[in-house]
Unconditional design. Structure first.
Length: 319
């Protein structure tokens, strides 16, 4: 199955068949998101109509952030689309969130987007959902409009962990603290980043630790520092290694990079798309007075990463 991507506020009025719709950022695709998507799919199948997720670019909090720092996204746009497709969602509508769209009243959003374009049969949102100019639209307003335009509205109950609602913000906070066990519990899987392996400046090779340089294509990263990692997408089994997410201050770097040193590996993987799973944080990135001191620290990082895999079992290092 290939997910249908609807870019922008296109006119879909010729399509009279309805849709079951949910709306949100879906950053990280955590257990709460997964529960919503499961319910969305089941409702769409029951009504024999497509399931549709509405997302925004930029995300509304980013648009309204003005000059304040933007929280790092857990997923790139391409990762989010791939995840939605993996859950069997039929359609994704991406709406450009700009000043014009933000000025739409709640009633205009229902009429122009949900009805005129998407022909909503049902809408699934949380009971705390707010929308429209000034955030004046809410769950009850959606239900009132549903009686007029003949669509149903259902609540997507929050999913909790240890008594707290699972959220993308909670996952970002856990990753920032280096609590990858908690992040995994909230996501339902270890945190990963995906990207394509590209040519770098070969500094790792000079130091005796050649790295796979992976494009992040992010404004900001939710993880920073040195990590024990697994890499997927090259071999049948994950490759083991240690990674740096940072700017490489020892060589006066500026651009944020993800560099992975893989144990016992030397194949050419330039251009390959890979996923990097973050198992444990070893330390923060540091600046060293010279490359020799940096190399000494990398040797320690590699030893610590190897110890992690040996102690945790499951995967044996190839010698």
């Amino acid at each position: 199955m290939t997910i249908r991507l609807i870019r922008g506020l296109n006119r879909l009025s010729q399509e009279t068949k309805g849709r079951v719709i949910t709306i949100g950022n879906f950053d990280g695709m955590h257990l709460g998101h997964q529960a919503v998507l499961k319910k969305l799919k089941e409702k769409a199948q029951a009504l024999s109509v497509p399931s549709c997720v509405i997302i925004f670019e930029p995300q509304p909090p980013e648009f309204f952030s003005l000059n304040t720092p933007i929280p790092p996204r857990l997923m790139r746009w391409s990762e989010k689309l791939t995840a939605l497709e993996s859950f069997g969602i039929d359609e994704v509508m991406v709406i450009r969130f700009n000043k014009q769209f933000a000025s739409l009243s709640a009633e205009e959003f229902v009429k122009k987007v949900l009805i005129d374009q998407l022909h909503a049969s049902a809408v699934l949102v949380g009971d705390d959902f707010r929308f429209g100019s000034g955030r004046k639209g809410d769950f009850n307003f959606l239900k009132e409009m549903g009686e007029i335009y003949h669509y149903s509205v259902e609540d997507t109950a929050s999913v909790t962990y240890s008594g707290a609602r699972i959220s993308s913000t909670g996952i970002r906070d856990a990753l920032a603290r280096g609590d990858h066990a908690l992040a995994e519990s909230l996501l339902g899987h270890p945190y990963q980043m995906t990207g394509r392996v590209v040519h770098g400046k070969r500094l790792g090779r000079v130091l005796g630790f050649p790295t796979a340089n992976i494009l992040l294509n992010r404004v900001a990263s939710p993880v920073h520092g040195i990590y024990v990692v697994r890499m997927y997408g090259i071999d049948d089994k994950p490759l083991l290694g240690v990674a740096n997410v940072g700017t490489r201050p020892t060589v006066n770097g500026i651009k944020m990079l993800l560099e992975v040193y893989l144990f016992n590996f030397s194949a050419d993987i330039y251009g390959r798309r890979v996923s990097v799973e973050f198992c444990q944080k070893l330390r923060d990135e540091e600046r060293y007075e010279n490359l020799e001191l940096l190399k000494e620290q990398i040797i320690k990082d590699v030893e610590n990463a190897r110890d992690f895999f040996i102690k945790n079992g499951g995967l044996k290092l190839k010698e």
